[in-house]
Ligand binder design. Sequence first.
Ligand code: ATP
Ligand code: MG
Length: 197
Amino acid sequence: MVKHRAYFGQSGTGKSTLAAYHAAEAGANVLFFNTQDEEGILPGFARAGRGDLVELLSAGRVDYVPAAEDDHARMELDVIVREMFRRRDRVNILIVDEAQEFAPEGGAPGPLERVARRGRRHQVELWVVSQHPADLSKSVLRQMSAVYLFELPYSDRYLKMQHIPSGDLHELLRRGGDYSYAVWDGLELDGPHRLDL
Ligand SMILES: Nc1ncnc2c1ncn2[C@@H]1O[C@H](COP(=O)(O)OP(=O)(O)OP(=O)(O)O)[C@@H](O)[C@H]1O
Ligand SMILES: [Mg+2]
């Protein structure tokens, strides 16, 4: 069952760590589009730089650092999504860090909007990671089945837009302490949770 999801929170709250942990548990091919070039966050993932993207996708678990130039990185993402859509053999998970850079609200729809809307049919699951969810395309946000919410002081605009009760969220995260998060399924907040490392 393909279910898109999101990890939102300010820097250092544990988004990438939780996404990596979830990815390691998932029995699927995973490609982490490692926009921030974070190191050591994905144990067991082959770290890959530029190269043959199509070949890379056969490798199972890949930590991919895209080109530094935005335009190139966008093209790479486009190639990855096309190739993932072509392979329907098994579930593919695409994790995109700094996702708002690739699917900004108000921008022309691109590969992330395509996965969000049509990924289920192609067995491709999208996990977006962001410190700025309010800047992320609404057509991507709308398709998320689960949102992992970490501490994010400037997110009121986003919380209002998604009808997430901000008082409850802040209280819950305060109770949970460092690295805690809540899960929003579109109706209810669940938590606090915290990954035990
Ligand atoms: N549950 C946890 N318990 C203890 N340490 C944690 C936990 N989650 C994350 N950390 C540690 O906190 C640091 C920041 O975590 P992480 O890189 O996942 O944050 P992030 O939200 O992705 O930040 P950024 O937005 O800057 O990428 C890391 O050193 C990580 O090992
Ligand atoms: Mg991170």
